[in-house]
Every structure is written in structure tokens, then in C-alpha cells.
Design a protein around this ligand. Structure first.
Ligand SMILES: Nc1nc2c(ncn2[C@@H]2O[C@H](COP(=O)(O)OP(=O)(O)OP(=O)(O)O)[C@@H](O)[C@H]2O)c(=O)[nH]1
Ligand SMILES: [Zn+2]
Length: 323
């Protein structure tokens, strides 16, 4: 189930008799978990804020009563801030690999992929780009080569999400104890991949996924996420389609994504160089030399600006000052 020494090391003497379980669904007022014996509807202590839990979290539970005791520290955490939100929304915890799904057609957009990559980096998960609908594309490899230039060492596969070969191709990231999550816009084939990964033995996993609820503006949103077992392997977390993906709280993730720019910056004459018009700018020099794509610098700038604008700067005794 993804249990490891990292989690085992957090068990203390006081926890004797409690059982580790993994959160499978999070709703406003209830949560379910998966234990070695199967699914469990958790009994929540009064005043539990389910917003502090994410699918994939490890928790300690009292056997018999199914009373939730406490959550264990996470290895990775995917989160995002919704428009106007004061605290980030937790999307998935303890994900080893994030499958960023896009299709070989009009959905393909490098700027959007870069956003997802910044998010994956920030969460400390390993991103892999899945290019679906390769069976319908004239030149799927052309998409793959565009992906290759987005981040150093970035892995990418092209596939037909409906085929059994897709499960075989993805198996190397889906072994026993591994947790993957799927992210991508509507219609790119996430549910299809989920079904392919879960295999024919499970009853329609997409039906167990989301509960439709209305948010404050009356829009329908899928508020729950779910954890599904992968046929013969690990676990997959289904995240709801993201209407708009804002990048926030992701400064380090962006630096990692744009490593070639991050690494040039110390060579600029001015420490606070914006790489726009300053003399002695190493980044502009790289563009002049043809070593850096000017579009890439534009996208870096837009993402930086957005991240700064969307990340609240907290000051004062309690706030961590952040960019
Ligand atoms: N030809 C082809 N069709 C695909 C592939 N993957 C998905 N589809 C089709 O594309 C359509 C959309 O797929 P879904 O799996 O529902 O997409 P989704 O990402 O889950 O969409 P949301 O639920 O809206 O987030 C379906 O008709 C699938 O059969 C693929 O690799 N090749
Ligand atoms: Zn510069």
C-alpha cells in the first residue's frame, strides 16, 4: 500500500494498538480509508477539519471503533490555491509519480505543461508526461520532442490510453508500493487511463471517484478524490479536472523547471536582474547566442509573475515571509 520506513519511523510508544490506514476519499464531513483488510469509513473526532487531509495520507486508526487518531507526516504533497483562497487546497499526498496527461491534439500546450511541472516539482513528486490519443495523431513523436525540452531529464510516453499496452508501458511507475496520480484537463483521457490501470477486475472505478457538489458560486465541482488499486501493482489517485490552474507557492518548483535560466542568473551583472533590458545580462546573452529560446524566457517570466501575484506574502510573527 506504499507503507515504508519513512512512515514506520513516525510510530511512537503512545500509538501502540493503532492501525495505519490510507485515506481513500475526503468529503466535507466524512472520510474513508483503506486498511489491509479493506475499505473503512472513518469515525472522525469532533471538530475534525477534513480540509487538512488529502487522499493518499497515512493515518493511525483505532481498530474496532475506526476512530481516527492522527495523520503521519507526508513524503510529498500536491496542493493548489483556488481563486481567492486563503489556504491551499490539498490534492493528493504521498504520490511518487505524477502522470501529467495531455493528448496529441489541440489540448497540447507547452505553457500548461510547464504549470503542471512546476506543481509536481514543488510537491517533490516525479513528473511523467503522458501523451494520449497517439493512435489518432499523424506525428505523435513531434509532440514528444517538444516535451523533451521542457525540463531536464523529463520522461514522456506516447500511448493509446484505451489499450492494454498502455498499462504495460506505465507498469514501471506502477509497481507494488508505488503511488501515482493523474492530472490534466478535461477530455484528455484520465478516466480512460484510470480504467486501463485498474484493469477489468474492478467495478467501474470512475463511478466511485467523484461526488458532485456545488460550490459557493453554484458551479459543480468534484470535491472528492479517490485511491484505486492498480491491477497487479500500486495505487492510483484520481484528481478532479482542474478548471483553471493557477500557479502559486511554487517558487522552487519554477526554479527547477527552468534550471537553464536559474543557473545563468548568478552570472548577470546585477543581482536583481530581470533579464529584460539590463546590461551584462547572462540570460539575454544566451538568447543572442541562440542557446536559449526567447519564448521559453517569456513563459518563465509569466509564470514567475503569476506565482508572485497569487502567493500571499505573510508577514508578522506567525507568517513565513514567502515570495
Ligand atoms: N483514440 C483515443 N481515444 C482516447 C484515448 N484516451 C481517451 N480517449 C477517448 O477520449 C474521450 C475522453 O476520455 P476521458 O477518459 O473521459 O477523459 P478525462 O480526462 O477523464 O475527462 P474528464 O473526466 O472530463 O476530466 C473518451 O471518449 C475516450 O474514449 C486514446 O489514447 N486514444
Ligand atoms: Zn539577467
Amino acid at each position: 500500500m506504499g507503507w515504508s520506513d519513512f512512515f514506520a519511523g513516525q510510530i511512537e510508544a503512545d500509538d501502540a494498538g493503532l492501525v495505519p490506514m490510507r485515506i481513500a476519499t475526503v468529503h466535507r464531513a466524512r472520510m474513508s480509508a483503506i486498511s489491509v483488510d479493506g475499505p473503512v469509513r472513518l469515525v472522525l473526532p469532533p471538530h475534525t477539519n477534513t480540509g487538512e487531509y488529502a487522499v493518499g495520507d497515512w493515518v493511525l486508526v483505532e481498530p474496532g471503533s475506526d476512530l481516527l487518531h492522527r495523520r503521519l507526516e507526508r513524503r510529498t504533497l500536491l496542493q493548489r490555491r483556488v481563486e481567492g483562497g486563503t489556504t491551499p487546497q490539498l490534492t493528493a499526498a504521498n504520490v511518487d509519480t505524477l502522470f501529467i496527461v495531455t493528448s496529441c491534439n489541440a489540448d497540447f500546450n507547452v505553457a500548461r505543461l510547464e504549470r503542471y511541472l512546476a506543481l509536481a516539482n514543488q510537491a517533490s513528486t516525479h513528473p511523467v508526461i503522458l501523451l494520449t490519443k497517439a493512435d489518432k495523431a499523424e506525428d505523435a513523436e513531434a509532440y514528444a520532442s517538444q516535451v523533451a525540452s521542457l525540463q531536464r531529464g523529463l520522461e514522456c510516453v506516447t500511448l493509446d490510453g484505451r489499450s492494454a499496452e498502455a498499462a504495460a508501458t506505465l507498469a514501471r511507475w506502477c509497481g507494488a508500493g508505488q503511488t501515482v496520480a493523474l492530472i490534466g484537463s478535461s477530455g484528455v483521457g484520465k478516466s480512460t487511463l484510470l480504467n486501463t490501470l485498474a484493469g477489468p477486475d474492478q467495478d467501474a472505478p470512475q463511478l466511485t471517484g467523484g461526488i458532485r457538489e456545488s460550490d459557493a458560486k453554484g458551479r459543480h465541482t468534484t470535491t472528492s478524490r479517490s485511491l484505486h488499486r492498480i491491477a497487479g501493482g500500486g495505487w492510483v489517485i484520481d484528481t478532479p479536472g482542474m478548471r483553471t490552474l493557477h500557479v502559486s507557492d511554487a517558487a522552487e518548483g519554477i526554479d527547477q523547471l527552468f534550471a537553464e535560466i536559474t543557473e545563468l542568473a548568478p552570472n548577470c551583472r546585477f543581482r536583481d536582474c530581470t533579464h529584460e533590458h539590463e546590461p551584462g545580462c547572462a540570460v539575454q546573452a544566451a538568447i543572442q547566442a541562440g542557446d536559449l529560446d526567447p519564448d521559453r524566457l517569456d513563459r518563465w517570466r509569466k509564470l514567475q509573475d503569476e506565482n508572485r501575484a497569487k502567493t500571499p506574502v505573510l508577514r508578522g510573527p506567525k507568517g513565513n515571509k514567502r515570495r
